[in-house]
Design a binder for this molecule. Structure first.
Ligand code: HEM
Length: 475
């Protein structure tokens, strides 16, 4: 244990592990009230520093940005599930290769690059609205929007990566990637893989977590190889679309290896798919039961673009303040990665007289930071307007410092456009109560990225004639 740092005492071998499995973010938050803003827990053999408030998070992750620039190496993900194509950025410890990959992804996801993806945003969000109209039979039947929102976010990252679209929710590759990426994200959970912290469990040759992780890695390797070879063929023929993988030349100054380039694409795929779709899936369930927020959003959208145009201009860069506030509030309220991604210190850091040594594992409780009553008064209330009062409040959902989300600009732009077009096109309705309290209604509380349980809602067009016309214009 780290001398001078408080924290709950645990059991031999397992430490505090079994206290946190049912709801880690809430348990860490509750311990924070007892042991302070920064304290330590024992997860089996791993000592973990928990950072539980915005002030401490800014102090630790921003002031010591470089010292906190690494990620711990875990057993399930790094040793078993990690693809042979190289470590994603989010999973890479700090080294020269990480620095090169970070430069590469920064070039691929900066503002000027995002500008070149606008046609992709346009096409995928239109296809999403079209899907909701088609499968929801113009609001006459209820549907589970998850596959449609997953298709949108996946197709967008696939186009950016390899220039390949996911045309429909019935697509075979779509189903395969959804299944594999969901399972692989589970192998990265700091809560759901007991063997990461309790090494004795690794000796079990029938360990189901390891067996599943191995299969998922093989399945991922298979579609990655296929995507890469298809692209190589198209590049030879000169028929490829502009995308990250085809821009190897653009990154020449960074001198990325083939493996690093693949790792960048994999990072965009892994980082940008489940995060965006789960944020939307929670939001839709919530909005269906809060017509007042939908009406306010619609009123603001109409002020911005008139009531006759359901689909806003795709190049609108977050100018409708209410919808921007709504997107940030969705990120805050649902905090789909409640514990962000784990960090490891590469240097000693000092916090209030305590020395946290190099090599320590540190978690930011993004959930607790996002519910801090001083920064976000009445934090359990969903209130887009709060972002007018504090437009520059940190969006803890993206993490902080050197390893903060590399796709945050793209994610904001994407969420904004989805909300604009979704709420400009439909009134979302439900006649049944949907449980969507993010503190307890998650599908699996040990996941890395939290998803709500399945539900169904109706998407009633606000102006059916105009929507049909707008969608027809796309064709
Ligand atoms: C709702 C959307 C998203 C959320 C909530 C989210 C959240 C996060 C969080 C919490 C981290 C860890 C930050 C830290 O350690 O401080 C992260 C890292 C990362 N995210 Fe996102 N993300 C989102 C969308 C995206 C998108 C769209 C992309 C790519 C297109 C992306 C790519 C990445 C990458 C590559 C990293 C690793 C950064 C590093 O380790 O240096 N994310 N994200």
């Amino acid at each position: 244990r780290i001398p001078g740092l408080k924290g709950p005492r645990g059991w031999p071998i397992v430490g505090n592990y079994f206290d946190i499995v049912s709801n880690a973010a809430l348990q860490y938050d509750s311990w924070g009230k007892q042991y302070g803003d920064v304290y330590q827990v024992q997860l089996g053999s791993t000592t973990v520093v928990i950072v539980n408030t915005p002030t401490a998070a800014k102090n630790i992750f921003l002031t010591n940005s470089h010292a906190l620039s690494s990620r711990p190496v875990t057993y399930t993900f790094h040793k078993i599930a990690s693809t042979t194509a190289g470590l994603t950025i989010g999973a890479s410890p700090y080294d020269d290769s990480l620095k090169r990959k970070k430069k590469g992804i920064a070039a691929a996801l900066n503002r000027p690059s995002i500008q070149t993806y606008i046609p992709y945003f346009d096409r995928e969000t239109r296809a999403f609205i079209d899907d909701l109209m088609t499968y929801g039979k113009a609001g006459t039947v209820t549907i589970d929007p998850l596959p449609m929102i997953q298709r949108l976010s996946l197709s967008l990252v696939m186009t950016i990566n390899w220039g390949v679209r996911i045309p429909s929710i019935d697509d075979k590759l779509f189903k395969e990637i959804v299944a594999v990426e969901e399972e692989l994200n589970r192998t990265r959970s700091t809560v759901g893989n007991a063997q990461d912290h309790i090494p004795i469990l690794r000796l079990n040759p029938f360990n189901p977590t390891s067996a599943k992780a191995r299969i998922m890695r093989e399945r991922r390797d298979e579609y990655l190889a296929e995507l890469s070879s298809d692209l190589a063929k198209k590049m030879q023929e000169g028929t490829n679309k502009p995308c990250i993988q085809a821009s190897v030349i653009k990154f020449k100054e960074v001198e990325l290896t083939e493996t690093e380039l693949t790792a960048i694409s994999l990072s965009v795929l892994g980082g940008g798919f489940e995060t965006v779709s789960n944020t939307m899936q929670w939001s839709i369930a919530f909005l269906a039961q809060h017509q007042d927020i939908q009406d306010k959003a619609y009123e603001e959208i109409c002020k911005f673009q008139g009531s006759d145009e359901p689909l806003c201009d795709a190049s609108d860069d977050q100018k409708c303040g209410y919808i921007l506030g709504l997107a940030k509030e969705a990120l805050r309220y649902f905090s789909v990665i409640p514990l962000a991604l784990p960090r490891e210190t590469i240097k000693d850091i000092e916090y209030e007289g305590v020395r946290i040594p190099s090599g320590s594992t540190v978690y930011m409780n993004a959930w607790a930071c996002n519910r801090d009553p001083e920064l976000f008064p009445d934090p359990d209330r969903f209130e887009p307007e709060r972002w007018f009062v504090r437009p520059d409040a940190p969006v803890f959902a993206f993490g902080l410092g050197y390893r903060m989300c590399a796709g945050h600009l793209l994610a904001m732009r994407e969420l904004y456009l989805i909300f604009m077009r979704l709420l400009g096109s439909f009134r979302i309705e439900t006649s049944e109560k949907i449980d969507c309290d993010p503190s307890k209604d998650m599908k699996l509380p040990t996941d890395l990225i939290m998803a709500p349980r399945a539900y169904r809602v109706a998407f009633k067009p606000r102006n059916e004639r105009r929507l049909v016309e707008s969608l027809a214009n796309t064709a």
